[in-house]
Design a binder for this molecule. Structure first.
Ligand SMILES: [Zn+2]
Length: 398
């Protein structure tokens, strides 16, 4: 199974220039290919094959207008075309209904103003991790890496990324052999709620951590400061970088916390069931969207791939009944309850319920029922899986 591992890079000024050149060249190759396909389509000509685009690239490099493409590693140019091809394949598959999930937009042109620039080096490019810990990138140099943890195995490719805050990252694809954890008998249902980040059917409540709320307050403050700066001013540029920095820190902190929580849930349970966010009604309110959605989908994505990694079962439950209205003890639907009602007593059987724990128990029951009916595993690839994040222009990929 292929996973991604990200590390911070600290390129020297000259290396930053070389990387900027690489980002630019990859962008031009991607856009040239996209334009060629669009032009062919507009002219009623057949779809340009991957091979055709590749040979056009070779021809272009021999012309004076595109000769500068030779200044960067040829592999990253091929990989830019591979991104384009993957984006087209995903788009076609989505058109023909061969994909789960939300629809995929056709590939878009890349811009130097994109919030994220990236190039990919494969093994063919002969990138190398040196004994002194630096990362050797062809036609860039030996770049300093902060190894926050050890790579689990030899990486098969590395994507170099610069984000809106000007931070550089190396994202390695590594092959990891799933090592099943010792089996446990327990199964758990998870309700993603508004008062808590998550509530488990065993009664455990995972609160939104205070440090995250603090970080989010800082972010809102930085955003407000940005909105007060005059358009086009240098102060506005500075404020924008500051927002991006705070944003990056919030995202990092949240990711670390989500990793800890998701690992714990997977370690303690043999089967994990969570509500499907597409079905959940909570996404409808704007508040829920801004505060929780990103965290939740990252969390369930982590549960999904960790379940695979450690030999656990993970399933998303599409709920058609509002789980907070149904009594988990007797199954009677007790009627709608405003969010302010945190606890209630079932009129039919007299059981006293905590609203969220009851919902989590219903999710667990639905998951168990689903498992009995299902034939074979149905775990879709999560976002942390390398295959899913490889394509260049997934909608919403940032
Ligand atoms: Zn009841």
């Amino acid at each position: 199974m292929q996973l991604r591992d990200n590390y911070r890079l600290y390129p020297a000024p000259g290396q930053r220039q070389a990387l900027a050149r690489a980002f630019g060249c990859a962008r031009v190759v991607f856009n040239d290919g996209l334009r060629a396909r669009q032009d062919a389509h507009a002219a009623g000509l057949p779809y340009l094959t991957d091979g055709e685009l590749s040979s056009r690239l070779t021809t272009a490099k021999a012309t004076p207008e595109r000769a500068w493409l030779g200044e960067v590693s040829a592999v990253i140019l091929q990989q830019a075309l591979a991104d384009l091809n993957a984006a087209y394949r995903n788009f076609f598959a989505s058109l023909h209904g061969e994909r789960n999930g939300p629809g995929i937009a056709p590939p878009r042109f890349r811009s130097r103003k994109d919030r994220r620039q990236a190039v990919r080096f494969t093994a063919n490019a002969r990138f190398k991790i040196l004994p002194d810990g630096k990362l050797r990138l062809p036609k860039v140099g030996d770049v300093q890496v902060r190894w926050s943890r050890e790579l689990p195995s030899e990486p098969s490719s590395v994507t170099v990324i610069v984000d809106a805050a000007g931070r550089y990252f190396a994202s390695f694809v590594v092959n990891t052999e799933p090592g099943p954890l010792p089996e446990t008998g327990s199964a758990v249902g998870i309700d993603l709620g508004l008062t808590h980040f998550a509530v488990l059917s065993d009664g455990r409540k995972v609160a939104n951590p205070r440090f995250l709320r603090r970080a989010e307050r800082r972010l809102r403050k930085a955003q407000k400061a940005l909105s007060r700066k005059a358009r086009g001013s240098s102060n506005r540029d500075k404020a924008r970088v500051r927002v991006a920095r705070v944003h990056g820190r919030v995202a990092d902190t949240r990711r670390d916390w989500l990793h800890k929580e998701s690992t714990r849930v997977i370690r303690e349970n043999q089967a994990v069931y969570a509500e499907d966010l597409c079905v959940s009604g909570l996404g409808r309110t704007r508040l829920a969207k801004s505060v929780h959605d990103a965290g939740w989908s990252a969390f369930t994505g982590m549960l999904e791939y960790k379940a695979r990694l450690y030999g656990r079962t993970f399933r998303r439950i599409g709920r058609f009944e509002p789980t907070s209205q149904v009594c988990s003890a007797c199954g009677v639907k007790d009627g709608p309850k405003p969010l302010s009602v945190r606890a209630w007593t079932c009129a039919a059987c007299g059981t006293m319920h905590d609203r969220d724990v009851n919902a989590a128990r219903n999710i667990l029951a639905a998951g168990r029922a689903d498992s009995l009916n299902a034939c074979g595993g149905d775990v879709r690839p999560g976002r942390a899986l390398a295959v899913a994040s490889e394509a260049g222009s997934r909608r919403g990929a940032a």
